[in-house]
Design a protein around this ligand. Structure first.
Ligand code: GLU
Length: 427
């Protein structure tokens, strides 16, 4: 089966090999002089298995793909409120290196343009540039699952030619948006843009985001799931320079590109993609990279707004188990919509039973909203003069340490719950 996925990737990559439109970035010689034909594609499943095609071991500089990761780190270190006070989340409609801030708030419009990215660097705690960069470097490496290096040639050139970024940093300092010395912050920003990655590193970093901040390769939680959600949101609206609208329509995955030729794309809960091909279009996105992502999305059905068939799988079975006792068997991942379905069905049926048994043995995962709704279901049933029992052997709904509060209500097996329901009927 894995061979089939490999064939898909090889074919999707091969289809773009003859595409030679665009040109590598030329603002520094190190980028202008890369092999323009380098072409790597990697895909990591959400459990960390990686498929690779072409030059997937070729290193290139991460450039602007660093921006969402430093933003995530800033959110993780400082919390959303503190970061929001310095960096907005609105698409700017301007060039990525525009020397501008929001007219009203005087803060950068979002973290994917240089102004926002430089502000994000300044928020990373550290006594000096080295400490700040170490923290960033460790974070990127933890997402990739290996220690990444810096391209010292690119770093030196970025630093030597970075006057526009200097103008941005000094402007931010004048508005009081930048923490610390602008030159020190810029030094860290130039270093972060010069971190070397492969398409496989990007796929692994993407998979860490796809897993809500858990690196499936190393088994380590790197960052909080709420931080990832915010980061992915900004990638959706602002990740592809001025092509965000086209990108969301055609590809439909939170993504970020960089002038080094890389693109990282995330399908939340499912997979991470990394592509490298250094010829860029007029917007600064990898020409082949965009095409590959479009084709992966359409051929493998990866658009995140694809409306899947309405799931009828949440309620696995509903049946009467003796006089006045009705069993609701639930399965799969339970979120708001699934819990709502369970509640509504139990309510519609309420004329048919005196006691309801909710069996969540086959539930894999349950979020807080669904948990609240299903625990609240008992209160609703009691108020309506009914009884309610729960079969929850793995503590999905009622964690083991709270089980005592539910003595006589929560059971390990359906038979035990039915026995309790019958006892009640007999009393
Ligand atoms: N180092 C580049 C800059 O800040 C990164 C540009 C990019 O990848 O968009 O200008």
């Amino acid at each position: 089966m894995a061979a089939l996925v490999q064939q898909y990737l090889d074919q999707i990559r091969a289809e773009q090999i003859d595409l030679r439109d665009g040109a590598p970035a030329s603002y520094i010689p190190e980028l202008a002089n890369v092999d323009p034909d380098g072409f790597g594609l990697s895909l990591s499943s959400s459990d960390g298995f990686v498929y690779e095609s072409g030059d997937s071991a070729l290193e290139f500089t991460i450039q602007s793909i660093s921006k969402p990761f430093t933003y995530a780190l800033a959110l993780d270190e400082l919390g959303q409120e503190a970061v929001d006070a310095r960096i907005g989340v609105e698409p700017s409609g301007e060039a990525f290196n525009e020397i501008s801030v929001d007219k009203v708030t005087k803060t950068p419009k979002n973290p994917m343009i240089n102004a926002g990215a430089i502000a994000a660097v300044s928020l990373i705690p550290g006594a000096d540039a080295d400490e700040r960069f170490d923290r960033i470097h460790q974070f990127y490496s933890a997402c990739a699952g290996r220690s990444l290096d810096v391209d010292s040639g690119v770093y030196a050139s970025e630093k030597a030619t970075g006057n526009r970024n200097r103008a941005i940093a000094y402007m931010l300092a004048s508005f009081g948006v930048l923490e610390g010395d602008p030159d020190e912050v810029l030094d860290v920003y130039f270093r972060q843009c010069s971190v070397k990655v492969t398409s496989t590193d990007l796929a692994r970093m993407a998979a860490t985001l796809a897993r809500g901040g858990f690196n499936p390769l190393t088994g380590r939680r790197i960052v909080d799931a709420n931080v990832v959600r915010r980061t992915l949101s900004v990638m959706v609206t602002c990740g592809m320079y001025d092509a965000a609208g086209d990108w969301v329509s055609a590809v439909g995955m939170p993504a970020k590109s960089g002038v080094g030729g890389g693109i990282v794309a995330v399908l939340p809960g499912q997979l991470g993609i990394g592509v490298y091909s250094p010829r860029l279009d007029s917007r600064g996105n990898s020409v082949r990279g965009v095409e590959v992502c479009r084709n992966l999305s359409s051929q493998l059905g990866l658009h995140f707004l694809t409306v899947s068939r309405e799931s009828s799988a949440t309620l696995r079975a509903v049946f009467d188990a003796g006089p006045g006792v009705r069993v609701y068997e639930v399965q799969g991942d339970l979120l708001f919509a699934g819990a709502e379905q369970v509640l509504r069905t139990a309510q519609q049926d309420s004329g048919r039973y005196d006691a309801a048994v909710l069996d969540v043995t086959r539930v894999d995962d349950i979020d807080d909203a669904a948990r609240r709704m299903l625990t609240g279901m008992r209160a609703g049933l009691l108020a309506a003069g009914k009884e309610a029992f729960l079969v929850d052997p793995d503590g999905r709904l009622v964690p083991a340490d709270r089980r005592d509060d539910y003595d006589g209500i929560v059971f390990r097996t359906v038979d035990q719950a039915l026995e309790a329901a019958r006892q009640l009927g007999a009393d």
